[in-house]
Design a protein around this ligand. Structure first.
Ligand code: PEP
Length: 249
């Protein structure tokens, strides 16, 4: 049985007080979610240290939204994987489409980031997904295959730690969701591509769907055999919605 995971990507939202209140509200409702569903939240860097203990006690995973590609040194403004691990962060989102689009992250950058994240014991939540024009040109499989090269070069041991998130860029923050059939089609494609390199281990890799996921559409998407949960943006900023999505399992 693969792990079921619902992760909230808060992006650049919430002051510390708002983030603390959101965490308290999520913790208060966590009992409504089945025990075999792993909840993860990815607040901004500034909140991580202060939220770590409370989340740990509640059994909720703490994730960063990014990490530096370098280990340490003269990289003003960057936050390293080692720093994140030192404040008990367990997961790190890597390759989010907003990082690829606005900060120019490429396979080369992401290869360095994933290596350094794994070195310091962070579990990467590695995002892949095609843009609208790429889907319309029927290039979505090629695009995703190319993005997956960051994973297929990992050792079997490191690969076993990775979580994948399929996030069609045209569905992120747009209110447009992939149909459950579109999600399943890509999730199967991803699993097969990973299995071609890692064999049966790919059967254990959680593949999350992300893109305008909300309580009203999560049930249908999560019911697909290769969808193992969600990476939730907007809807993770309201505890009721985040928990309602996780309760779908
Ligand atoms: C995301 O940014 O990871 C995401 C899925 O956003 P939203 O749910 O808002 O589309």
């Amino acid at each position: 049985m693969r792990k079921k995971i619902v992760a909230g990507n808060w992006k650049m939202n919430t002051t510390f007080a708002e983030g603390e209140a959101l965490v308290k509200a999520i913790i208060a409702k966590k009992g409504e979610v089945k025990n075999d569903v792993t909840l993860v939240v990815a607040p901004p860097f500034t909140h991580l240290t202060c939220l770590a203990e409370e989340l740990e006690k509640a059994g909720i995973g703490l994730s960063a939204q990014n990490c530096a590609e370098h280990e340490s040194g003269a990289y003003t403004g960057e936050v390293s994987a080692k720093m994140l691990a030192s404040v008990d962060v367990k997961y790190c989102i890597l390759g989010h489409s907003e990082r690829r689009e606005y900060y120019g992250e490429t396979n080369a950058t992401l290869t360095k980031k994933i290596d350094v994240a794994l070195k310091y014991g962070l579990i990467p939540i590695f995002c892949v997904g095609e843009k609208l024009d790429e889907r319309e040109a029927n290039r979505h499989f090629d695009v995703i295959n190319a993005q997956l090269e960051v994973l297929t070069r990992l050792s079997a041991e490191d690969f076993g730690k990775v979580i994948v998130a399929y996030e069609p860029v045209w569905a992120i923050g747009t209110g447009k969701t992939a149909t459950s059939a579109q999600a399943q089609e890509i999730h199967t494609f991803i699993r097969k591509a990973l299995a071609a390199k890692f064999g049966a281990a790919a059967e254990q890799t959680p593949i999350l769907y992300g893109g305008s996921c909300k309580p009203s559409n999560a049930a249908e998407i999560f019911a697909q055999p290769d969808v193992d949960g969600g990476l939730i943006g907007g809807a993770s900023l309201a505890a009721d919605d985040f928990i309602a999505i996780a309760k779908v399992f």
